[in-house]
Design a protein around this ligand. Structure first.
Ligand SMILES: Nc1ncnc2c1ncn2[C@@H]1O[C@H](COP(=O)(O)OP(=O)(O)OP(=O)(O)O)[C@@H](O)[C@H]1O
Ligand SMILES: [Mg+2]
Length: 197
């Protein structure tokens, strides 16, 4: 049985995932807890292919994300077994949403690949930062090839995330990411404490 706590942040480009995930990890650490801030795509060579290589086909992209997750999950499991709180910036939900809802690959097929890659490891809590597409894109710092997608793609992503959150209301907490960072931090902080022993 794993002792650690696995927390993920999800949402579109510019929603605030990296800002809040880093903040949460740092704050838990300041309280004396052992944490690991991590992100996907994770393996450096796969990450650069996935974020920069512009002529990847949907199937190729899906398989590389899933391969990356299989490697990453092995390290996440190790940390959880040591009792570490793992705070991850994007995880399996992102593949389900971007490759499934966004690119149109069969959703159940993507779900099955995720289960295969993760051995069914699932976050205990997922903070979904929901933001209107225009606001997310305007906040995004560096435009990668996903951020350069058409608006309709990002709308499918936003709706996909909300739909998945409805499927698993006990895992997801949907947050209005247009709120002030400080407000979001206090909601997350209070919620995280309900998951700590
Ligand atoms: N609630 C918020 N209010 C105002 N600004 C915010 C808020 N959340 C994040 N920002 C700002 O928006 C920008 C993008 O945030 P961040 O990089 O955390 O998003 P992200 O979800 O990680 O994006 P990406 O998917 O592109 O990595 C940053 O400059 C951050 O300071
Ligand atoms: Mg980010």
């Amino acid at each position: 049985m794993m002792d650690g706590l696995f927390i993920t942040f999800e949402g579109m480009e510019g929603a605030g995932k990296t800002t809040l995930a880093r903040w949460l990890s740092d704050h838990l650490q300041a309280e004396g807890m052992r944490t690991w801030f991590t992100y996907e795509p994770w393996e450096p060579r796969l990450r650069s292919i996935l974020l920069e290589h512009s002529n990847l086909q949907s199937t190729e992209e899906l398989l590389l994300f899933v391969a990356d997750r299989a490697i990453h999950t092995r390290y996440i499991r190790e940390r959880l077994a040591e009792g570490t709180i793992v705070v991850c910036d994007r995880y399996a939900d992102s593949t389900l949403i971007y490759q499934g809802y966004g690119r149109g690959i069969d959703i159940e097929w993507v779900r099955a690949l995720n289960r295969f890659a993760t051995g069914d490891l699932c976050p205990r809590r997922t903070y979904l930062l929901d933001v209107p597409v225009e606001i997310g894109l305007s906040r995004q710092r560096e435009l990668n090839r996903i951020g350069a997608e058409e608006i309709a793609f990002h709308e499918r992503v936003r709706q996909g995330f909300l739909q998945e959150a409805e499927r698993e209301p006990q895992r997801f907490m949907v947050l209005d990411a247009t709120r002030d960072l400080q407000e979001l931090q206090s909601v997350i902080w209070a919620d995280v404490h309900t998951h700590l022993r």
